[in-house]
Write a protein that binds this ligand. Sequence first.
Ligand code: TXA
Ligand code: MG
Length: 320
Amino acid sequence: MARISTNAGEAADVLKAGGLVAFPTETVYGLGADAANDKAVAAIFAAKRRPRFNPLIAHVTGLEEARSLGRFDAAAQRLAEAFWPGPLTLVVRRMEDCPVSLLASAGLDTLAIRAPAHDVAQELLRAFGGAIAAPSANISGRLSPTEAEHVAESPLAEEVDIILDGGECAVGVESTIVGFDESGAPVILRPGGVAREDIEKTLGMAVRQATGASGAPSSPGQLSSHYAPRARLRLNARAPEEGEMFLAFGPDAPKGMPGLNLSVSGDPREAAANLFAFLRILDDTGAGRIAVAPVPEEGLGEAINDRLRRAAAPRGEEEG
Ligand code: TXA
Ligand code: MG
């Protein structure tokens, strides 16, 4: 059973010994292991019950360290300089001598790399002294954790050696993932904590969003059902029906309904920060059905709507 700790040095020692550490980032909590240790990386896939074809993100302190793992062309470098440390993941070609386990990148010749902004994550990375492979610290397909308690209460707690507590995650949705196509053009593989508008402003161009067969944004593991609470979700609801909990958004939401408002002022950033924690609270009421108000597709609204669509998708096909 995992113990909860606030000591990054102790957690770094667990990583050095090949163990698993749940740790905070500003997006969601990660389930970390030494990225260069095949056995430790394999333990992540087993603990999460995650399909082996779904690669992991390598977390680093910043661009300098990232350059020892992957090749950064001009666009990748500009994005890293603009948004790192922060909620952005870049998918770049692996360096030939990249020390990260091939299992972490699922045998691909690309690697997803991110420098998180959370102080505790940075402290852990520095104390460990290498790349940390980490998916979100949830069982594959379920809601992502945005508090240490979310991890402690999940079956994953049995599998990790230590949960590093860094409080509530300020961003609340996972990082935006940007990859590059054959011509080197940037592609958003997953909407997330950096808004598309900000990426486009930095690059001075429109950036397309990759779509999978289902029309959903596409990373190798992005199957349709994900981020799923136990309850069924009904999207674009104006008000709850009998027996439903209501996840509202904005100042015009009907008052006095059973449920929670993601952001009374209608701020998508506040809504993103509350999203997973509020879904958990409504799920834990045992209502079994959650009606969700529409959220505008602007700024972090894109990431929120992506998570909500997957949370509402038919179950069975899941990823982590
Ligand atoms: O905010 C986040 O990104 C959190 C924190 C812990 O960093 N991590 C996270 O990891 O969300 P995970 O494993 O839940 O999602 C990572 C996504 C998966 O959809 C995976 O398919 C994609 O990144 N990915 C990883 N490596 C890739 C690669 N080489 N090419 C394309 N997509 C990749
Ligand atoms: Mg995940």
